[in-house]
Write a protein that binds this ligand. Structure first.
Ligand SMILES: *Cc1c(COP(=O)(O)O)cnc(C)c1O
Length: 345
């Protein structure tokens, strides 16, 4: 069966145009900086985000970890949102790989007030606060306002701190905020973003920053075993992701809004969060003793892949290039059918 996959935007497959570009890509040994396709991608990424230089890495997680490693020393502390990817979804990588501890903010996002409150005074007992990590779009589907990011950046600079932006979905955030990715990147010293989520490339993330930082990031990439060779094959898809796929993200956002509207019309469905501005919809089923596994299995039998809800009972559906408006209507309808059956039982 050709499944419609709502689990994540990481499931997007390379487009036919990407596959052709990959087939034809001119390649070389990137550890010698000899891969012309990677060099072109890195130049374009740096230019797009308004930074001096960029480096291709295999994953967004490695992009974040390299950015931390290159800008800290063991024993340093970073400030980051409590539920952000760096804190919650990278296996404790900052502690394990860079020897860096984390001062988490109480909410998901970092605010300027958090920076002022969490920055450590200079004292030999204290860890040295070094880095503030923001995330936008935020993993919970929210988007942080440009102005709030600018305030965080300003607060960080006031205290002599560096700023990293986990921009895995920076283009979703830019579209939602109606600003450029560069506007968001201007709030950070280092930025990493994913080519492999909504932008449909099969593999890859890019880190952008000053030439000096990127030189250090290349060292760290080698340390972590991320120095790839003829990865121009991947960069060729990445170039199309950056030139053709960023502007179409509004379509995914529209589809997510449509899905939210359809779900809101169903009895026993409660949307979670009122600011759905990117490609994610969160909801809860309000029926007592509801058979969640049963719903997921039913949707699967109808050709839809979805994740089981979180421990708090929250479902997340994600729209992307490979699901259409019609698919969105159909998955909402299927959920409605299952709910009707559940009420009768
Ligand atoms: C997906 C994601 C990452 C990591 O990307 P991988 O390529 O899966 O390692 C980092 N940060 C955020 C916010 C993400 O959503």
């Amino acid at each position: 069966m050709d499944f419609k996959d709502f689990r994540s935007d990481t499931v997007t497959r390379p487009t036919p145009e990407m596959r052709r570009a990959m087939f034809e890509a001119e390649v070389g040994d990137d550890v010698f900086s000899d891969d012309p396709t990677i060099n072109r991608l890195e130049e374009l990424a740096a230019r797009t985000l308004g930074k001096e230089a960029a480096v291709l890495v295999p994953t967004g997680t490695m992009g974040n970890q390299i950015s931390i490693m290159a800008q800290t020393r063991p024993g340093d502390e970073l400030i980051a949102g409590d539920h952000c990817h760096i804190v919650a979804n990278e296996g404790g990588g900052a502690a394990r790989l860079s020897g860096v501890s984390c001062a988490p903010t109480p909410a998901g996002q970092v605010t300027a007030a958090d920076v002022h409150r969490l920055v450590r005074a200079v004292n030999l007992h204290y860890p040295r606060t070094r880095l503030v990590c923001m995330e936008n779009a935020v993993g919970n589907g929210q988007v942080q306002e440009l102005e709030a990011m600018q305030e965080v950046h300003q607060a960080a600079k006031q205290h002599g701190l560096l700023v990293h932006l986990d921009g895995a979905r920076i283009f979703n955030a830019a579209v939602a905020l109606n600003v450029t990715a560069k506007d968001l990147a201007d709030c950070a010293d280092s930025v990493s973003f994913c080519l492999s989520k909504g932008l449909c490339a099969p593999v890859g993330s890019v880190i952008c920053g000053s030439a000096e930082f990127i030189a250090e990031a290349r060292r760290c990439r080698k340390v972590l075993g991320g120095g790839m060779r003829q990865a121009g094959i991947l960069a060729a898809a990445g170039l199309i992701a950056l030139t053709r796929m960023t502007t179409r993200l509004a379509e995914d956002h529209d589809n997510a809004r449509l899905l939210a509207e359809r779900l809101a019309e169903l009895p026993h469905v409660e949307l979670v969060g009122d600011d759905m501005r990117i490609n994610m919809v969160f909801f809860r089923i309000t029926l007592p003793n509801f058979d969640h596994a049963g719903l997921v299995a039913y949707l699967f039998s109808r050709g839809f892949k979805t994740l089981t809800p979180s421990s708090e009972g929250v479902y997340r559906l994600v729209t992307h290039h490979d699901v259409t408006r019609a698919d969105v209507e159909e998955v909402a309808e299927a959920i409605g059918v299952y709910l009707k059956g559940s009420v009768k039982k």
